[in-house]
Design a protein around this ligand. Sequence first.
Ligand code: ZN
Length: 485
Amino acid sequence: MIARAWMVPAALVTSVMAGQADAQDPIRTLLITGENNHNWRYTSRYHKDTLEATGRFTVDITDAPAETLAAPGKAASYQLFVIDFNGNKRWGDAAESGFLKAVEGGAGVVIIHAANNAFGWPRPKDASGDQPWVEYEKMVGLLWREGTGHGSFHNFDVKVVDKEHPITRGLPDLAKHPDELYHKLVNMHNSPYHLLAEAYSNTESGGSGKSEPMALTLAYGKGRIFHTPLGHVWEGSDDQKASIADPQFKVLLSRGAEWAATGEVTLGTSWEEHGAHNTLSPDEKAAGWKLLFDGAAAQFRGFKKDKLPDGWRAANGMLMLVPGLGAGDIVTVDQYQDFEFACNWKVAPGGNSGIMYRCTEDKTYPWETGPEMQILDNAGHQDGKKKQTSAGALYDLLPCQYDVARPAGEWNHAMIRVKGTRIEHWLNGFKVVECDLASDEYKKAHAASKWVKMPDFATRAKGFIALQDHGDEVFFRDIKVRELK
Ligand code: ZN
């Protein structure tokens, strides 16, 4: 049975046959990204989580659409394309025709924010540059082209103008949505479009003084297109991550995506996540993963203690630290040498914690022997200003490579891979730290750090995996480990 996102509002229950929704297979979705002047590493993985949290979609991501879509039959295997891509370089005949054919044949398309800038802006001055992709421009309808702009990032209301369309039926206006407000988008090829929602672009924030389209639909052959210019996140800005984290945006995006793929909307009008947690799929079991937390019991104990301290508690399927009880750090029951450890974590505003590994109990604290993958609310903590100490970093040694950490209150996917002297930190789908403890790069970083005075740091071949009590509220779930042979 497929986990469903939002319950259908009571008033609409009669319009949905009992059991029908549960019988639906998830919509096979390809999210297209890998190039964008925006923070695509952040947004693409976040949109995937948004869609999958509804239980209605299963989302593959390509960071190399020109290659992926050129594979014979690939485009035709998807019911929906979500485009979080803004590049000018054309994908090539095979990829482009595969994609267009799939859409003409009925696959849905979702256009998000700067995807309406792609393939034609700026216009090439001569035939030597990449020529605009006219079919893509027709599909998108309203494009960022000559004369388009936006004012400052600010909060604004998005007004539903069509209350009968499946996407917006019963949907309240978006109140004080934080975003960039595109104005004067250009309909290059006079594509007929249908307006669902608009926002007033005020001149005080640098806007056009007019109402601008914020959600629209179009047709391309048998394909349905849902287009929203919302969803701006710039690299290096934690504040702007609020645009796509806004539950109102998530509802609009998910409903638009479901409609584009199926022509109907069964998802509700308020945001609620579904899905199983603290479980292993058959594939994960076959790959050797073991759960360290089943939602109730944790395979952890206090550092140098024989049981889990009182301040670490299981609640609502999460292992959480209650601050102020002096709980202290906890360690796995077993020790690990070469392994992969994965978990999802979130912190309260300003929160700080960490995952340490290959820790031993012959020193006063786990961090005296074990390297740490930082857990942090980057925006709300001093450490977030430095890449060496921000979320995902090899704490105080090597920086987190990409701006992919999520704001306080949002779940982050963490994975640590350790084999011999090689370590990797993965955060929200990207390898953000890669290092060989035997390398000159590491030795240099080590020599410049406070760890240089700790001769036992990161020298153990085997040890416990520890979760840190830094005095702040922190939550974990889906904690699992597998040994590497
Ligand atoms: Zn933008």
